[in-house]
Design a protein around this ligand. Structure first.
Ligand code: HEM
Length: 525
């Protein structure tokens, strides 16, 4: 069961919500499943599925090298990786790479989201993939390869004949052959718009690609195209005398077999990688802004609670009152709860895949900085029945709030100097934790551009904070760290950490966003 916070919260956010009050902008790129990316002939969902295949296809099961590791980024000049699909896929990820979401985890997420958007099966998403830093071996099967070498390529990657047939049939349920990439396969002029689908429902994840093959009504260019050498689907689909394809003609079996083979594709990772358990969509998830000291010396506790509307558990956001009961730093329970009000913007609702809907509740309250807050429980009260559900973060003693270390966002800023930017981050640390030998540190994820590669490399820089002398408020001392950030750093992230090296408790405020900063630093008063 889910315990907050999790290092996969960011991935869960990207997967969970694609529209409404809050959405994170990744999954909505495949909603709806069809065209509409703004680029002619481009179906994002199909491109994402194809990208995952081209990344895993070169896995070597005997050595454990390759698999879903985003090495595809460095392999785009190879003839086996023709087309703009792969760069389009990577471009969609640009804003979402963080130290907690590798490109290869985002690739895995993209397949899960694409299938969800196209009415396909729900495929478990595990996380923890590590990105390759250079190209791997070649070997993605090409349409002109003969059956034997195609078989061998799949076998090397750990997939037998039945897996091969299933994987190709499942993949080619979506999308098109593009005349600009394969003019010999698509009749008519080679233009961006001129594409030929694999089946009559390229924007719906269903088994028409199978049934149309079996009843000879198919217009799949890799089966009936003008060029015999290029008829790879024909050779692959018939490789076992149609035994696998006949079984896939049953729609339920098709969905189940595809779910299984896609899961195995996503779990095809270098042997050095350990994957997490599947990421589940969380029922109740708090989002707490880091605390900060206000001018009057109080701290501001601010955030949101996301509640998944769950008919089985009778949780209905429209019939709910949400509050936080909390304990102060001495451990004493505070009788007056923090009330979280139903968010008003866009009806206070977000929408996700698999019919998920979420209702949002917001809170904002000033607290005495000395008593402050140690942790809280979430109370969900059903208005109509009065039934109360108290969540204590799965028996971990509540949802812990960091109050020893504060991120002073109002006194932090990102100033545009032309080519580079100046980042100035202000933090506050409780005075009794200040250790002159171990100041807090800033871990900044630089986005370093790489020639010929779409996505930047994240390079972590650790910068020590400096004490701002003579300023003290409510028992805290202030610190500042300055860094130069490349122009692309307007949308990167940083962490603030204190306590490492002191022998005491380590506090870390994670994934703070540069694009949330204003261009003037408020003065510390
Ligand atoms: C023998 C193996 C395979 C061959 C030779 C092959 C070949 C092709 C070709 C020639 C295209 C057209 C690309 C373009 O014009 O842009 C294509 C598209 C596609 N392939 Fe495959 N493929 C194979 C296996 C797979 C597998 C295993 C998957 C996924 C599980 C997959 C998913 C896709 C998808 C989704 C598209 C449509 C892309 C779009 O609409 O932009 N393919 N494939």
């Amino acid at each position: 069961s889910y315990v907050w916070p999790s290092k996969y919260d960011h991935l869960e956010d990207l997967l969970a919500m694609h529209s409404g009050y809050l959405r994170f902008g990744f999954s909505d790129l495949v909603v709806p499943c069809g065209f509409g990316s703004g680029l002619p002939g481009v179906q994002n969902a199909a491109e994402w599925v194809r990208s995952v295949f081209h990344d895993i296809a070169t896995f070597d099961a005997s050595t454990g090298v390759g698999g879903l590791d985003a090495s595809l980024q460095f392999e785009l000049d190879r003839p086996e990786n023709v087309g703009s699909a792969f760069n389009n896929t990577f471009a969609a990820m640009y804003d979402f790479i963080t130290p907690q979401s590798s490109v290869s985890d985002l690739l895995a997420l993209s397949l899960v989201a694409a299938l969800a958007a196209c009415d396909g099966p729900k495929v478990p998403l595990r996380a923890g993939r590590v990105d390759a830093t250079e190209a791997g071996p070649a070997g993605v099967p090409k349409p002109e390869d003969d059956l034997e070498s195609t078989r061998k390529a799949f076998l090397r990657a750990g997939f037998n004949d039945e897996d091969m047939i299933t994987m190709v049939a499942c993949g080619h349920s979506l999308g098109n052959v593009h005349s600009v990439n394969f003019p010999e396969l698509v009749s008519g002029e080679a233009t961006e718009e001129n594409v030929a689908p694999f089946d009559s429902s390229p924007t719906n994840f269903d088994n028409t690609v199978v049934t149309e093959y079996l009843d000879d009504s198919t217009s799949n260019p890799l089966i009936v195209g003008a060029n015999d050498t290029m008829k790879s689907d024909k050779r692959v689909f018939g490789a076992d005398g149609n035994a696998t394809m006949s079984a896939l003609a049953d729609p339920a079996n098709f969905q189940a077999k595809c779910a299984d083979i896609f899961e195995r594709m996503l779990d095809t990772v270098p042997s050095t990688v350990t994957l997490s358990d599947p990421i589940e969509i969380v029922d109740v998830k708090p989002y707490i802004d880091p605390l900060h000291l206000q001018e009057d010396g109080s701290v501001l506790l601010q955030g949101r609670v996301r509640v998944r509307n769950n008919p089985e558990q009778k949780i209905n956001g429209d019939d709910l009152e949400v509050s936080l009961s909390y304990r102060d730093l001495s451990g004493a329970s505070i009788s007056e709860p923090v009330v979280a009000n139903r968010a008003r913007a866009r009806g206070g609702q977000s929408f996700g895949f698999w019919d998920n809907t979420f209702t949002w509740f917001e809170f904002s309250q000033s607290l005495n900085a000395t008593a402050s807050i140690r942790d809280f429980d979430i109370h969900l009260k059903t208005s109509s029945s009065g039934a109360l559900l108290v969540l204590d973060n799965e028996g971990t003693g509540g949802y812990a709030v960091t109050s020893d270390l504060l991120y002073q966002q109002p006194e932090s800023c990102l100033i545009n100097n032309g080519a580079a930017m100046a980042l100035s981050v202000t933090a506050a640390l409780r005075k009794d934790l200040v250790d002159a030998n171990s100041p807090p540190v800033l871990h900044l994820a630089h986005r370093v551009a790489r020639p010929g590669v779409m996505l930047p490399r994240l390079q972590l820089e650790t910068i020590a904070f400096e004490l701002i002398p003579g300023v003290e408020k409510s028992g805290y001392q202030y610190f500042r760290a300055n860094a130069t950030v490349e122009a692309s750093g307007w949308s990167t992230t940083f962490d603030i950490e204190a306590g490492a090296g002191t022998g005491g408790k380590v506090h870390r405020l994670e994934l703070l966003k540069t694009n949330a900063l204003s261009d003037t630093c408020g003065s510390i008063s």
